[in-house]
Write a protein that binds this ligand. Structure first.
Ligand SMILES: *Cc1c(COP(=O)(O)O)cnc(C)c1O
Length: 444
């Protein structure tokens, strides 16, 4: 079995003693952010130089470990593109937004995003080990002046205590693993005191930017708060080093199930063959590919965007072609706060009342004969059917299928289809907006 590559160090770090290189505090305090620093490691292009000298661009900072993974002479290096800015970041594009997922509107208290019925996203810091150029939260991330304080934290805990439907808390930011260990431990302790919180998850790119942070001591601390899950963020096989493999091994041994979330990025990982290698390498280090995200419509990320079709093509090239464990869900996080929407190739081709026609990954088309006498379980005696019901407005298509509701209709639907009344209103007020042309914001 080939072992993962042992990551090299950029030549300027050749003389750094191992105990410093392997100390995460040294990595954090030696991050690179200026033209002068970065130029000592990479041959910069004009576009990169210009972006690095521009004021007001999203924060740049890279750990010595991560910048060392880049081929210094290759301007198209896939790791480089993720963390070194280029002048295209300054280009606006149609439908670009500052807060494309409408997270601020879903925040009952600062830093807590309650978008889904049973789980919340808790933003615990604005700081990261290094900064991804396509950051979906660039409106707040990176700014040390905007970081969440104790008062915000108390408000977040307070909201969670009085919101019993929340059973899953996802810690993100920023990156929770750059918090001071004591603070992270306190935060987890306080969350664990809330009885209805069943699972805690952490989203972190620290294992990728700075695997030396994943010490045995940190893993022992995290293991006190089980069930605890963690998602890392790897976009390209070049990020899977021996150091990352060892960090993941320590976390897995501490009982933390690991997943990966990638973002589909033009020129970085928009290749089905590269994606197959990526997901296979991830499963080898016991990291299960979880989501592959379509790039959000966030400022500065226009040059990274791919057509949605690229994601479908990638899933087409993975499902069936490799282990099911290795296949992520391709997700479009709907702009305007619509939430995560899975998108995939069509495998169901047609159906009649007794047959469905399906196709597999090879293009083999076949039929599945439906049962002639299907006896459903009895919802009236089923204790699951009788107990927990979703919040009003959250039943979705399930509410249509189980017969409680007959339709879901867009806002103003009744007015539009009551044409007689509409004529009067149109005369009265000239501000009628036709259906289908909204502001891009579902709740406005
Ligand atoms: C992504 C996200 C979650 C978690 O979603 P899962 O599909 O359960 O992983 C929760 N809240 C918000 C606001 C999110 O963006």
């Amino acid at each position: 079995m080939p072992t993962p590559i042992i990551s090299k160090r950029a030549p300027i770090y050749a003389d750094v003693p191992d105990e410093k290189w392997n100390d995460w505090r040294w990595q954090l305090s030696h991050r690179l952010n200026s033209v002068e620093d970065i130029e000592k490691v990479l041959s910069l292009t004009e576009s990169e130089r210009k972006a690095l000298q521009t004021q007001g661009l999203f924060r740049v900072d890279v750990t010595p470990y991560f910048i060392s993974l880049i081929d210094p002479e290759d301007p198209n290096d896939p790791v480089r593109k993720q963390i070194i800015p280029v002048s295209e970041e300054m280009n606006a594009f149609t439908s670009m937004m500052e807060d494309s997922l409408a997270e601020d509107r879903h925040s009952p208290v600062p830093g807590l995003v309650h978008r889904y019925p049973d789980r919340v996203l808790m933003l615990v810091t604005t700081q990261c080990a290094s900064y991804c150029r396509y950051c979906t939260r660039s409106r707040i991330v990176g700014d040390p002046g905007q970081t969440f304080n104790r008062q915000d934290f108390e408000l977040q805990i307070d909201y969670l205590k009085r919101t019993p439907q929340v059973r899953d808390v996802l810690l993100s930011g920023g990156d929770p693993l750059v918090l001071a260990p004591k603070i992270l431990e306190e935060l987890l302790t306080r969350l664990r005191e809330i009885p209805h919180i069943e699972i805690v998850r952490i989203g972190s790119r620290v294992p990728v930017f700075m695997p030396m942070r994943i010490t045995q001591e940190l893993c022992d601390m995290l293991a006190k708060f089980h069930p605890l899950w963690l998602n890392i963020h790897v976009n390209h096989p070049n990020e899977i080093t021996k150091e990352l493999a060892e960090a993941c091994d320590r976390m897995s041994r501490a009982g933390i199930p690991l997943g990966n979330q990638s973002v589909l990025l033009a020129g970085v990982n928009d290749c089905v063959h590269m994606q197959r290698e990526l997901v296979q390498k991830l499963t080898r280090i016991r990291v299960r590919p979880y989501y592959l995200y379509q790039c959000d419509l966030v400022e500065g990320s226009g040059h990274f965007r791919t057509p949605v079709a690229k994601g479908i093509e990638i899933i087409e090239g993975l499902r069936g072609h490799t282990s099911g464990y290795a296949v992520p869900q391709f997700i479009v996080d709907a702009p305007g706060g619509g939430g995560k929407i899975p998108v995939m190739p069509n495998y169901m081709l047609s159906m009649s009342d007794h047959k469905v026609i399906v196709r597999n990954y090879e293009g083999y088309v076949t039929t599945y004969e439906e049962p002639t006498e299907y006896k459903s379980h009895d919802p009236k005696t089923c204790k699951f059917c009788q107990s927990k019901r979703p919040e009003p407005g959250q039943t979705g298509l399930t509410g249509l299928l189980d017969g409680e509701e007959m339709f879901i209709k867009p806002e103003h639907f009744d007015e539009l289809h009551n044409r007689d009344g509409l004529q009067h209103r149109l005369k009265d007020e000239n501000k009628w907006k036709p259906l289908g042309i909204g502001s891009g914001d579902l709740n406005k």
